[in-house]
Design a protein around this ligand. Structure first.
Ligand code: COA
Length: 328
């Protein structure tokens, strides 16, 4: 097994205070039921931002992670933000976060990998630490998906939630840290989960607004099939790369999109559900934020501690997918 280059020194999370349950959809004219949503997805509620911006959520999660890591903002060399729903399109969400937390020395940039963003971002940060460009990195997965969700489309609006999760990565000194990472994409399937309007090809216009193409569009069935296949493959790849077996894993934290995808991935990876972290029932799908939120919760609850081995596995729009094994 390779000696780790970087370890997770602290994690943090933040979610908006406003909670929307499955029963609240009736009030906004969505024809659905709690039973339908729970049976198909496992989601019971999600946090939906009313006042909190992406920068607010990212800042709160980051400050918590830095406090646990014993790191001051001025010590950060890089800030990597994974988001598909930034407060504004230019400049990056990472520089807004940098300004908010006062991390004056850092190089700050976003990665665009949708729900796999935390794994992509951590992979990039680990590589920068490895080549000597950084000693201390802040990785944040943050979303305000409610602002890019079509609240008239019942097949998507019941799925998503808002939130942020953060991790501080530091240069590893001992045999703890990131043991393996795996990332892949297939852009030929990009249309299956996308926001067709509002970008360079179809800039904002009355036409874009009329057909609501600035919002997330998704072919749920195809996404489901690909998510199961890709996450199952990714879980195995990270284990192989770290020369570990599923028996070596204390906890698997899959991207929290849907309980059926999570169960299928766990089965394929040969990991019992008792060793799989699930919070999709409370937060819905928070895209790039889902894995770091779950990681922070699992550490706080004592399900993970120093020396634990955790398998992270994600899938998202792109399609992108990836996995990572970390010894905490
Ligand atoms: N409430 C009630 N009925 C709904 C509904 C809702 N919220 N959303 C869709 N339906 C209806 C559809 O209109 C359709 O009705 P019809 O047969 O009369 O046309 C029926 O339910 C079946 O729709 P379908 O899309 O085939 O359902 P499904 O079993 O595939 O479940 C998803 C839909 C979205 C839950 C499922 O495809 C899924 O979880 N996909 C993955 C999504 C995901 O995780 N994306 C993010 C990945 S990072």
């Amino acid at each position: 097994m390779k000696r780790p280059v970087a370890y997770i020194a602290g994690t943090g999370r933040a979610v908006p205070s406003n909670v929307m349950s499955n029963f609240d959809f009736a009030a906004i004219g969505i024809e659905t039921t709690d039973e339908w949503i729970v049976e198909r997805t496992g989601i019971k509620q999600r946090h939906i931002a009313k006042t909190e911006s992406v920068t607010d959520l990212a800042s709160t999660a980051s400050r918590a992670a830095m406090q646990k890591a014993g790191v001051q903002p001025g010590e950060l060399d890089i800030i990597v933000v994974a988001t598909a729903s930034p407060d504004r399109l230019l400049p990056s969400a990472a520089v807004d976060l940098q300004a908010a937390i006062g991390a004056s020395r850092a190089a700050a940039f976003d990665v665009g990998a949708a729900c796999s963003g935390f794994i992509y971002g951590s992979t990039v940060a680990e590589a920068m630490i490895s080549i000597g460009n950084a000693d201390t990195a802040l990785i944040v997965g943050v979303e305000r998906l409610s602002s890019i969700t079509d609240w008239t489309d019942r097949s998507t609006c019941v799925l998503f939630g808002d939130g942020a999760g953060a991790a501080v990565l530091k240069r590893a000194k001992q045999h703890r840290g990131i043991l393996s990472t795996f990332v892949r994409s297939d852009g030929s399937l990009g249309d299956l989960l996308c926001r067709p309007g509002g970008g360079g090809a179809r800039p904002f216009s009355s036409e874009v607004l009329n057909d609501r193409s600035q919002f997330i569009k998704m072919n749920g069935r195809e996404v489901f099939k690909n998510a199961v296949r890709s996450m199952s493959d990714a879980a195995t790849r990270a284990l192989d790369a770290a020369k570990l077996t599923s028996a070596d894993i204390d906890l698997m934290i899959p991207h929290q999109a849907n309980i059926r995808i999570i169960e299928a991935t766990a089965k394929h990876a040969n990991i019992p559900m008792s060793k799989v972290y699930v919070n999709v029932d409370r937060f819905g799908n928070t895209s790039a934020a889902s894995i770091p939120i779950a990681l922070d919760e699992a550490i706080e609850q004592g399900q993970l501690g120093e020396g634990s081995t955790v398998l992270l596995v994600a899938f998202g729009a792109g399609f992108t997918w990836g996995s990572m094994i970390v010894r905490l």
